[in-house]
Design a protein around this ligand. Structure first.
Ligand SMILES: N[C@@H](CCC(=O)N[C@@H](CS)C(=O)NCC(=O)O)C(=O)O
Length: 195
């Protein structure tokens, strides 16, 4: 299977972590969603990641790819039946964090006169709210468990640190402790974003 991805995309990273956890080898094709001519014909959303199956069918977006990889790979599911919806809601927080971090970065690289201060403020506030909610929920983000919610949160925080620095760590100490503990996991080490 091939994954159209990018080295800094948190959504592609989710798929990479799930593939690693499920012992699936993906061949990755670095694809810039803004300049690729081919991407729109593979995904009308013209976004990465896209998974291309052996029969050339395409699967998107990252949530669907992760679910597909989880079903296709080896070992225990990353989508537990017990407290299923709690896991899925926390996964949404991780996804929202990633999305806000990506959108904020897209604003930052615009010329100053094209940036939207209200939008950037809204994104920063959303990021802070999500970090605080996760900081409060750590009893649920079980220390030893590594499921889809952890994967989405790690991908979101990884992008936040890469693009917007590590100042979140001081104000969200529980979350930072949890995150630091996960950083040694092989699937997390192997999928660090690269600029
Ligand atoms: N909901 C999508 C989001 C994917 C996404 O935002 N990808 C970004 C790269 S990190 C992209 O392709 N952006 C292109 C654009 O916004 O036009 C998913 O989970 O796969």
């Amino acid at each position: 299977m091939k994954l159209l991805s990018g080295p800094t995309s948190p959504f592609a990273r989710k798929c990479r972590i799930v593939a690693f956890e499920k012992s699936i080898i993906l061949s990755e094709i670095d694809t810039n969603p803004f300049t690729s001519d081919e991407l729109a014909s593979l995904n009308p959303l013209k976004m990465i990641p896209v998974l291309i199956l052996e029969n050339d069918e395409q699967i998107y977006d990252s949530d669907i790819i992760c679910r597909f990889l989880d079903d296709s790979g080896k070992g225990i599911s990353l989508y537990p039946k017990e407290k299923h919806w709690d896991h899925m809601v926390r996964a949404s927080l991780g996804n929202g964090l990633a999305e806000a971090s990506v959108q904020l970065q897209l604003q930052k690289v615009l010329p100053k006169n094209q940036q939207s201060t209200p939008l950037m403020d809204r994104l920063r506030q959303r990021i802070n709210r999500v970090l605080s909610a996760l900081d409060d929920q750590l009893l649920d983000l079980n220390k030893d468990s590594f499921k889809i919610d952890s994967i989405c949160v790690i991908a979101g925080i990884g992008h936040l640190e890469l693009r917007h620095g590590d100042s979140w760590q001081k104000s969200h100490k529980n979350l930072f402790r949890w995150y630091s503990d996960k950083l040694n996991r092989p699937s997390v080490v192997a999928t660090q974003p690269i600029t």
